[in-house]
Design a protein around this ligand. Structure first.
Ligand code: BGC
Length: 405
């Protein structure tokens, strides 16, 4: 007898986890790895009384070597999908010189996923770029677009037989704001013009890459992973609604609108709620917060999903998760998020998959190794993976394709 407290998900729903190359692979040389070791970065961290060595990605979780350990984690979770990224600098260490061994290693990994019944979603760019691309001017220069397209063509041709889903870009708006407006991530610029140029170059790169990937195989499904924020207008006041319209347009919609005729699905990354009360990010009394102080607001994903319905494309939640070393809130959060995803499905939004961030603990960009996003804890000395209790909860959801209300 069906349990009325059960909320079933559609057949064929993709249950996954997500990671990115720079955060887990280890052994990379790209603009990020060099920046992590730079004097500027080191001085800054020392002033904060932090040990610069804790903020160098180094071997990360050693995933490029530990393929089987990662696959064991995916299997333990009963996943049928995995989103990960390939690293451009590994595949093309020098401009025009492609490393076939690297491509072969990625292919082997993908074949192992397939053999375990796991659908790969491959992200082609999750932030770092090769040093030679940085020296061309990085994403601020339109000179990067041609080489990016060549890299995409080479990689997709190589992996295409085994891959159906491609994510060209991860969170273009987050990257541009942190790297070109906020001065936080490499190349640490605070320049409105550069910010604008980078957004445009990324949109052009996606549009061109889309045609290339479709040209290789018209069945390929292509999208980006878009970081959207749930902007909420406090008390529905006119001024707050007006600010919400502007924020939605700039942060949530503008990039998607630029590429809307060149995407087969929408990838949504959800982390933030922002309460607007005559200003952005007004104090909100979150009952629960992540280790990074991010307020956990699972209801927000419902509104974002409803809003994305207007694009009339299938939606995958390509990231959602939290830093929670003690695993206090993760099970609760996953369940609440999925309740809201289910509610959106009931409201006729075409949602086809959910990817938890993250499979394993990893290198959290400028925050180093401290934030722990993994369903599996990683010992960064031995690279051992150890399931946190929430992994069991997620594994049960994935196996049974349902949550409890
Ligand atoms: C990024 C990930 C990151 C995660 C947690 C997302 O914005 O795509 O690379 O680790 O958020 O901060």
């Amino acid at each position: 007898m069906a349990d009325k407290n059960q909320l079933k998900f559609p057949n064929q729903f993709l249950w996954g986890c997500a990671t990115s190359a720079h955060q887990v692979e280890g052994g990379l040389t790209n603009d990020w790895s060099e920046w992590e070791k730079s004097e500027r970065r080191s001085n800054y961290l020392q002033k904060l009384n932090r040990n610069p060595a804790d903020f160098v990605s180094g071997l990360a979780a050693n995933s490029f070597v530990e393929q089987n350990a990662d696959i064991a984690c995916l299997k333990e979770l009963n996943l049928n999908a995995y989103r990960f990224s390939v690293d451009w600098s590994r595949i093309e260490p020098q401009q025009g010189v492609f490393d076939e061994t690297a491509l072969e290693t990625y292919l082997e990994f993908i074949k192992k996923l397939r053999a375990s019944g796991i659908e790969p979603l491959v992200t082609l760019w999750h932030w770092p770029i090769p040093l030679w691309a940085r020296d061309l001017g990085g994403w601020q220069s339109s000179k990067i677009i041609e080489p990016f397209c060549r890299f995409v063509e080479k990689t997709v041709n190589y992996l295409n037989v085994e891959v159906n889903f491609w994510i060209t870009l991860n969170e273009p708006m987050v990257y541009t704001s942190q790297s070109y407006l906020g001065g936080i991530w490499p190349p640490q610029k605070k320049n409105l013009v550069a910010y604008y140029q980078v957004i445009n170059n990324l949109a052009t790169a996606h549009r061109r890459a889309y045609d290339i990937i479709k040209g290789i195989d018209n069945n390929n499904q292509i999208g980006i992973a878009k970081h959207n924020i749930y902007f909420e207008a406090k008390d529905n006041k006119f001024i707050n609604r007006l600010l919400k319209t502007v924020a939605d347009w700039w942060w949530n919609e503008r990039f998607l609108n630029k590429i809307k005729d060149k995407q087969d699905f929408i990838g949504l990354n959800y982390y933030f709620h922002n309460l607007i009360n005559y200003n952005f990010g007004r104090k909100y009394d979150y009952a629960k917060k992540s280790d990074m102080g991010w307020g956990l607001h699972p209801e927000g994903i419902y509104y974002l999903l409803k809003d994305l319905k207007k694009y009339n494309k299938p939606i995958y939640i390509t990231e959602n998760g939290l830093a929670d070393k003690g695993d206090q809130h993760r099970s609760w959060y996953i369940n609440e998020i999925l309740k809201n995803v289910h509610k959106a499905i009931e409201a006729d939004v075409d949602i086809k998959g959910y990817f938890h961030w993250s499979l394993i603990d990893n290198f959290e960009w400028s925050d180093g190794f401290e934030p722990r996003f993994g369903l599996f804890e990683v010992n960064f000395q031995t690279f051992e993976r150890l399931a946190r209790p929430s992994a069991q909860v997620y594994a049960d959801i994935c196996r049974n394709n349902r949550i409890f209300n």
